[in-house]
Design a protein around this ligand. Structure first.
Ligand SMILES: [Zn+2]
Length: 619
């Protein structure tokens, strides 16, 4: 009976150790396989699987032999002689374990060398945001590599140490021998178990920001910065100095007092279309420019001239909490949707735009009421600037016929739906342009500073159009830059964040957004661009902030990954960075082959947003 117990104990302990070992291999193999899928390239999972199976088969045979022999010896036979030498088998198992450990270390090292090489984008210069993501992925992958390598390394280390210790103390010290072997085994098991927990993501609690990356520090800066308005009188004096005249400051105060409430904006959109204002309004075609020319300008006309639309019927001045930047070439429905979605706390406006186009204003109105944001006041240039004091009666200067600029200009003079040239307003309002204290077009920077100073929680919202043209308009960029310079909290509304998800295979949008630079923005007059760029201290730093504002909250760095998933995300990132670097190199190679090919595609974008200011500037 005693002998039977010994045999069972021996078998159970051996089987358990074998199972634990096999589980560890299985998890390493699975990890490599999943990493392969996320990375999109075959790494070493097949080799690993074959090696694992061979090793497991050998182990199982050895285990069966040892267990069977033990059982036989304890229960049936009285002599060991006929059953072979178990020590030799034990030694063989130990040796094979050593070989296996070396195979594991080699494979893992090779796999991670490829992954880490993919995240190396130091040569490609993919922009600070991508570099920050790559740095994060490297950090995560190195941790995973550590968890995978340490058990094998510990095993080898312990064997070598135990071997040399045994050699030193000699075979005679049986007790020391047993103690050393047992403690070495316990040590290896504990290390293996801890690393196993690490591999399944037990220690990943959303620690996704490595502290040593300067780029990431910049990222966290942009999301943590808050408006620093202190309401000091000194600052207002400074602003007045900047403007030089009291008249101009009075105009800034007047502008800063205008606003349109989210609910009113929704109601305005409801009036557009058949049976209302601008009957040919088509939500999927009509641009903001169309709506300004055919709805806002006619509606804001008063006897003797015109006013800003937002001041009509407004009982009292309500200071805006949100300043909205948008391109005039965007769909008007997208502008409204972006503002409404922002008020509702949504991350993207696509669904709201669909609802607006379907005429579901009532349910949106209800949602705004329920959230208590229907009265939230926004500053939107097309509503808050008196269009009759500048652009209502004419178009921008006509560029030379036949040029690309002329085609763009022509678009801004025609309705998108009907193709008819807009009828100009013939009001008697006197027109004032840049440099005049009464001008409403050249004071947005002072106005933003004033609002930041006087309105608690003042923020800046960029309503990004579907074509991302807003970042190609120098006047929009100027507003973004000003908000950044003054540390006004910035928010971005995109039509859809789907393409920014970490696992997306469509890199086009991601690449476009992460390569946005103010240096590429278009201006009707080069001197406008120079003046705006000269206000930005560090263009690279500004680009990084811009990219983080766009991608940051929605992209990788704004999310928290917990547990198992974090490894996938890192491998995904490695794939993405590699693809971007490859595309980048390809472009460079193409550029080297044809240096005088057509200019950058950005150059062909219309500058409708800028046209308002351009009229003023050129006039
Ligand atoms: Zn007018």
């Amino acid at each position: 009976r005693f002998q039977m117990q010994t045999a069972v104990l021996f078998i159970v302990s051996r089987a358990l150790r074998f199972l634990a070992l096999y589980l560890q291999w299985a998890i390493i193999g699975r990890r490599i396989y999943l990493t392969e899928i996320a990375f999109g390239e075959v790494l070493a999972s097949r080799v690993f699987r074959t090696a694992r199976r061979c090793c497991a088969l050998f182990y199982a045979c050895a285990l069966l032999y040892l267990c069977g022999r033990e059982l036989w010896y304890q229960c049936v036979a009285s002599s060991e002689d006929m059953l072979g030498d178990p020590d030799q088998i034990e030694q063989l198992v130990a040796a094979s374990r050593g070989v296996w450990d070396i195979v594991v270390i080699t494979l893992i090292w090779w796999v991670f060398r490829r992954l880490l090489a993919a995240t190396d984008c130091s040569e490609a210069r993919l922009g600070p945001y991508v570099e920050a993501e790559a740095a994060w992925a490297r950090w995560v992958l190195r941790r995973l590599r550590l968890f995978m390598l340490v058990p094998a390394l510990a095993n080898i280390l312990v064997r070598v140490t135990a071997g040399s210790v045994l050699c030193a103390i000699g075979e005679a010290a049986d007790v020391a021998n047993d103690v050393a072997t047992a403690s070495a085994q316990v040590f290896c098991e504990v290390v293996g178990f801890v690393c196993l927990l690490g591999m399944v993501g037990t220690f990943e609690r959303g620690m996704h920001k490595p502290c040593d990356s300067a780029a990431l520090r910049r990222c966290s800066y942009s999301t943590s910065q808050r408006s620093q308005g202190s309401g000091s009188g000194l600052m207002i004096d400074e602003l007045q100095c900047e403007l030089q005249t009291e008249d101009a400051m009075a105009k800034v105060r007047e502008l800063a007092g205008r606003s349109i409430q989210v609910g009113a904006l929704l109601a305005f959109h409801e009036r557009l279309g058949a049976g209302g204002v601008m009957p040919h309004y088509d939500p999927w075609a009509s641009t903001t420019n169309d709506v300004v020319r055919q709805a806002i300008i006619p509606l804001s006309r008063v006897p003797g001239g015109g006013v800003a639309y937002s001041t009509m019927g407004a009982a009292a001045e309500v200071a805006p909490v949100t300043l909205v930047t948008h391109a005039w070439s965007n769909l008007f429905v997208d502008l409204v949707a972006a503002v409404v979605a922002d008020a509702l706390g949504l991350k993207e406006y696509g669904d709201v735009a669909d609802m607006l186009a379907a005429g579901e204003h009532a349910s949106l109105e209800r949602a705004l009421q329920e959230r208590g944001v229907a009265n939230q006041a926004c500053w939107i240039c097309c509503f808050c600037v008196n269009q009759h004091a500048n652009i209502c009666g004419c178009f921008a200067h006509e560029p030379p016929r036949g040029s690309a600029a002329h085609a763009r200009w022509s678009k801004t003079c025609r309705d998108t739906v009907t193709g008819d040239v807009f009828t100009c307003c013939d009001c008697d309002q006197s027109k004032v342009f840049n440099g005049n204290p009464e001008c409403e077009l050249d004071k947005f920077d002072t106005m933003m500073a004033l609002l930041q100073n006087e309105v608690p929680g003042f923020r800046h919202l960029v309503a990004v159009d579907r074509g991302f043209e807003v970042f190609g308009r120098i006047w929009c960029v100027a507003e973004v830059a000003e908000a950044h310079r003054r540390s006004i909290p910035q928010h971005v509304q995109l039509c859809s964040c789907r393409e920014l998800r970490n696992d997306t295979r469509n890199l086009e949008l991601y690449e476009r957004l992460t390569s946005i630079s103010v240096a590429n923005a278009e201006a009707t007059r080069p001197e406008d661009k120079d003046a705006i760029l000269s206000k930005i201290e560090d263009v690279q730093e500004f680009d990084a902030q811009l990219q983080v504002a766009i991608v940051g909250e929605r992209g990788l760095l704004g999310q928290r990954f917990v547990g198992f998933g974090v490894w996938e995300v890192a491998a995904n990132t490695a794939r993405r960075v590699k693809a971007l670097a490859k595309a980048h190199q390809q472009r460079h190679a193409d550029a080297a082959v044809a240096p005088d090919a057509a200019g950058p595609p950005a150059a062909s974008k219309a500058a409708a947003g800028a046209s308002v200011a351009a009229v003023a500037n050129d006039a």
